[in-house]
Design a protein around this ligand. Structure first.
Ligand code: 2HA
Ligand code: ZN
Length: 270
């Protein structure tokens, strides 16, 4: 086996992508995931040579220059990624001037990175400034969360509170709440800037009528965050059209946050 495929975090990355497909979140070529590799992983598993230079559509922020990422392919299907990683993912290093990606491995048959590369690089830069341990940026189309954005007011406080009230885990997993963007054209610099701006405050940003962006220190954590928001959205979907008799009130949410030593988004709870 090629060395890069022996890297444990690459193995997890491929498994999670496969799992996301099986959850029905990533139809056709939907979704894209990028993961920063540690200097030790780069040293041990990544071929040093550049096999191709791919121009970046933006000048990448200084904080991501010289860093190496695994990232999914434009037009690639999550369904096929684990079975054919060499074609469907690439391992790139951002050049020192932030203008080029040096491809070390993958994107076989002249492929390139996701069209959402703007949002990925900008979100990595933002999250790294907030949390130097952040490694993963994940975009996907979870069915219930996406459907919910057709049905509820697109208000960060209202949506966060409604998701928190569904189940105990919600406020534990996303005490800062969820960021929400209105519908915007994807694959553009504008949505990348808007998402990264939200990521200053939130690790998860809902793209209304499209999907979600999540981030985390590991692939498991980013996935777990989105999975929890999606589960809460699924509960909300089941409740729509019904009269809610019981949910977790402010007192309960405060008790959960106190118990776990968490600070919920300021101003959301009475
Ligand atoms: O990569 O999900 O937002 C396909 C998409 C675009
Ligand atoms: Zn998408």
């Amino acid at each position: 086996m090629e060395k890069i495929l022996e890297c444990p975090s690459i193995g997890q990355y491929l498994s999670i992508i496969d799992n996301m497909y099986r959850l029905g979140w990533d139809e056709r070529n939907g979704g894209n995931v990028s993961m920063l590799l540690s200097p030790e992983e780069v040293e041990t598993y990544v071929p040093k040579e550049t096999i191709r230079e791919i121009p970046l559509p933006i000048v990448a922020d200084e904080i991501v220059r010289g860093k190496t990422f695994a990232i999914t392919r434009t037009g690639g299907y999550f369904r096929n990624t684990k079975g054919d990683p060499r074609k469907n993912i690439g391992v790139i290093t951002i050049s020192d001037d932030g203008k080029i990606a040096h491809l070390h491995w993958g994107f076989e048959d002249n492929g390139s990175f996701t069209s959402e590369v703007y949002a990925h690089l900008m979100c990595h830069a933002t999250r790294l400034k907030v949390n130097p341990k952040n490694r993963v940026v994940m975009h996907t189309h979870p069915t219930n969360l996406l459907t919910l954005t057709h049905l509820v007011k697109l208000d960060e406080k209202e949506l966060t509170l409604a998701l928190w009230r569904t189940m105990t885990e919600s406020i534990v997993v996303f005490p800062e709440g969820v960021g929400v963007l209105p519908w915007m054209l994807c694959g553009t610099n504008e949505i990348g800037v808007a998402t990264a701006e939200k990521m200053k405050e939130y690790r998860v940003v809902v793209w209304s009528l499209h999907g979600v962006y999540g981030s985390g220190e590991t692939i498991d954590e980013a996935f777990g965050l989105i999975e929890t928001v999606e589960k809460a959205a699924q509960i909300m979907m089941g409740e729509l059209g019904h009269k809610i008799v019981n949910d977790i009130d402010d007192e309960g949410l405060k008790a959960i946050a106190d118990h776990f030593g968490l600070v919920p988004h300021p101003g959301y709870l009475k």
